[in-house]
Design a protein around this ligand. Structure first.
Ligand SMILES: NC(=O)c1ccc[n+]([C@@H]2O[C@H](COP(=O)([O-])OP(=O)(O)OC[C@H]3O[C@@H](n4cnc5c(N)ncnc54)[C@H](OP(=O)(O)O)[C@@H]3O)[C@@H](O)[C@H]2O)c1
Length: 298
């Protein structure tokens, strides 16, 4: 019954049907496990919440937009899944502490933490509003590290758990236009790698997914911010459902890093091999955001 229900939802709501309805089913190994998904009010987090709930996990959703979390949690419950939500601004340290306490009191121990909340901005760094830059560091960097710090002791005590950090190939491509964003994802990459090594043999896993562009509201969000430009990579975006499958694969077979699409593993070679050329291109790659001579004139 649940299988049919969720299958119906997917058929109705996915533009690119990456998931045949026949494959959607509960998984006994994961039934009742608790997954905390940050940034679950849209895009990757929302899609992943439906996906994991369909496989029997109890999903805990968090983000700022309470009405979106409520709608998503209700839809999951109507389909027979289990969902809880707590609206918080994760750029706020106190909010992260409150979230952790609410989950401990009202839901239970977290088995899977998906650090997904985050946002981007495209343009010259000197034009970026400092409050946006500071918020990006708080959400993309501090919330990822802090929530991990808050969840890890429990996971270690239970000798089981998985932390999945949603990163980007931008972490190893510190290119023009994404100064703070690529630095934030470089942090996530280095943090996850170190953690993966620390946790070896503990029963707890840490993984990063280094994504290329994915079709989500991410690009509109970046464009709509003060002085924000259009991210050129948007046109190559893959369907969001592919990220769900990558997360699912990581949960079954934990590994330190996964690239999506897989061929993007070549991206880590671009900086060591072509950095001189990219330096020479200078702000050329940003031309569409602002004419080159405009920046020279200042
Ligand atoms: N889409 C891509 O091409 C792409 C590529 C590489 C990596 N990624 C990464 O994937 C992750 C998810 O992005 P997406 O593509 O799914 O974009 P999205 O649809 O814009 O989702 C971003 C999520 O983050 C939440 N968020 C933002 N600021 C927050 C805050 N202060 N407190 C709590 N939650 C906050 C948003 O919720 P509220 O607005 O309700 O707070 C939303 O749920 C991000 O970490 C992003 O860097 C995306």
């Amino acid at each position: 019954m649940l299988t049919q229900c969720i299958g119906g939802w997917y058929a109705k709501n996915t533009s690119a049907s990456a998931e045949p309805a026949s494959l959607i089913r509960m998984d006994k190994n994961w039934q009742g496990k608790i997954a905390l998904i940050t940034g679950a009010s849209s895009g990757i987090g929302e899609s992943c919440a439906y996906f994991l709930a369909a496989r029997g996990l109890r999903v805990v959703l968090t983000a700022r937009r309470e009405h979106r979390l409520n709608e998503i949690a209700q839809a999951i419950q109507q389909q027979g899944g289990q969902a809880h939500f707590f609206a918080h601004d994760l750029s706020d340290e106190q909010a992260r502490l409150q979230l952790t306490q609410q989950i401990a009191e009202l839901v239970g121990p977290v088995d899977v933490l998906i650090n997904n909340a985050g946002f981007g901005w495209y343009g010259y760094f000197h034009k970026m509003d400092w409050l946006d830059a500071a918020r990006m560091i708080s959400v993309n960097v501090a919330a990822t590290a802090h929530l991990t710090r808050l969840m890890l002791p429990g996971m270690l005590a239970r000798h089981s758990g998985h932390i999945i950090n949603i990163s980007s190939i931008a972490g190893s491509l510190p290119n023009q236009g994404i100064a703070i964003y690529s630095a934030s994802k470089a942090f996530v990459d280095a943090f996850t790698t170190a953690l993966h090594r620390e946790l070896r043999g503990s029963g707890v896993h840490a993984s990063a997914i280094r994504l290329g562009p994915v079709k989500t509201p991410f690009f509109n969000q970046a464009r709509n911010m003060k002085n924000g430009g259009s991210v050129p990579a948007e046109r190559f975006a893959i369907p969001v459902e592919r990220v769900n499958w990558a997360i699912w694969q990581l949960l079954q077979h934990p590994q330190r890093v996964m690239y999506l699409p897989g061929w993007l593993r070549v991206s880590r070679l671009v900086e060591p091999m072509f950095s001189g050329l990219i330096d020479r291109l200078g702000p050329l790659l940003l031309r569409r955001v602002e004419p080159r001579n405009e920046i020279r004139a200042k």
